[in-house]
Design a protein around this ligand. Structure first.
Ligand SMILES: C[S@@+](CC[C@H](N)C(=O)[O-])C[C@H]1O[C@@H](n2cnc3c(N)ncnc32)[C@H](O)[C@@H]1O
Length: 260
């Protein structure tokens, strides 16, 4: 009781402070609520993510699809790369302007949509997802974002299986044998597979010999460090072009002068 009486004189001061800092306080409350919700709903659910995006976004509008993914991730567990890595990916896409992109780890299609919206008109994305149900969700999201099957292909299999069957898929009618290579590879599947898949892509001659950027999303610091240690030993063809906290850009080049 005495505590209540003692705090009465403080009420005007509390009211004054909250009036002055109303906006900051409400932003703080909003952050606290979204943080608490995310903690409660931490389990990643592909079905719920897909359902939310499908029902809330403007169909045919890729930017709206991305914004809806971001909105979902504010209050639910999500493994999509999100806007921060997304912007770094956009920067690479604008610089490289790739015509053939391989993505390993489609999930619900967030990064696929990010890539597709910045590809040149004749560009093509092949995206690989191990889980068949997730692959279907991803494909539906990509279609909802307004892209056509002539611009992308979703392969539902392991990255290793996809790589071994990629050659004929990359060839179009007007391609010469020497122009089949990929210009950009995005790895966001299983960090333990980054290195074996990279060596397989090189072995199968799938990386464009005149230059290919390979983006490795950093999901596990230890695995990432070990992968980069091995890549540093392959300075004949590979170099590390840009190392960010959450993503590393490698550059592969077999022909001509090294670009980094
Ligand atoms: C982190 S999520 C990818 C997120 C996605 N890039 C995005 O931003 O929306 C990883 C995905 O890779 C898939 N995956 C894991 N191992 C794989 C493999 N060996 N081959 C293909 N896909 C794999 C998982 O099923 C999962 O959907």
């Amino acid at each position: 009781m005495w505590l209540v009486v003692a705090s009465v004189p403080l009420i005007p001061a509390v009211l004054m402070v909250s009036a002055c800092y109303r906006l900051k306080l409400s932003a703080l409350c909003h952050r606290a609520v979204t943080w608490a919700l995310r903690l409660v709903r931490r389990r990643v659910c592909v079905k719920s993510n897909h359902k939310f995006v499908f029902s809330q976004c403007t169909h045919g509008n890729a930017e709206s699809v991305l914004e809806t993914f971001d909105l979902y991730a504010e209050t639910h567990g999500s493994v999509c790369i999100g806007p921060q890595i997304g912007e770094a990916l956009d920067e690479v896409l604008r610089r490289v302007r790739p015509s053939r992109v391989l993505e390993l780890g489609t999930h619900c299609g967030y990064s696929s949509v990010r890539v597709l919206r910045l590809l040149p008109p004749a560009g093509k994305l092949i995206t690989v997802e191990l889980d068949p149900i997730t692959a279907d969700f991803g494909e539906e999201v990509i279609l909802v974002a307004g892209f056509k099957h002539s611009q992308f292909q979703v392969l539902s299999c392991s990255s290793a299986e996809a790589i071994s069957s990629l050659h004929p898929l990359l060839k179009s009618e007007d391609d010469t044998e020497s122009s089949v290579g990929l210009n950009l590879v995005l790895m966001d599947h299983d960090p333990q597979h980054y290195l074996p898949d990279l060596w397989a892509l090189e072995r199968e001659d799938l990386l464009c010999p005149s230059g290919c950027s390979v983006l490795l999303i950093n999901r596990s610091h230890r695995a990432h460090r070990e992968t980069l240690d091995h890549i540093r030993m392959r300075s004949d063809c590979f170099c590390i072009r840009n190392e960010l906290q959450f993503m590393t850009e490698l550059f592969y080049q077999k022909e001509g002068r090294r670009a980094c």
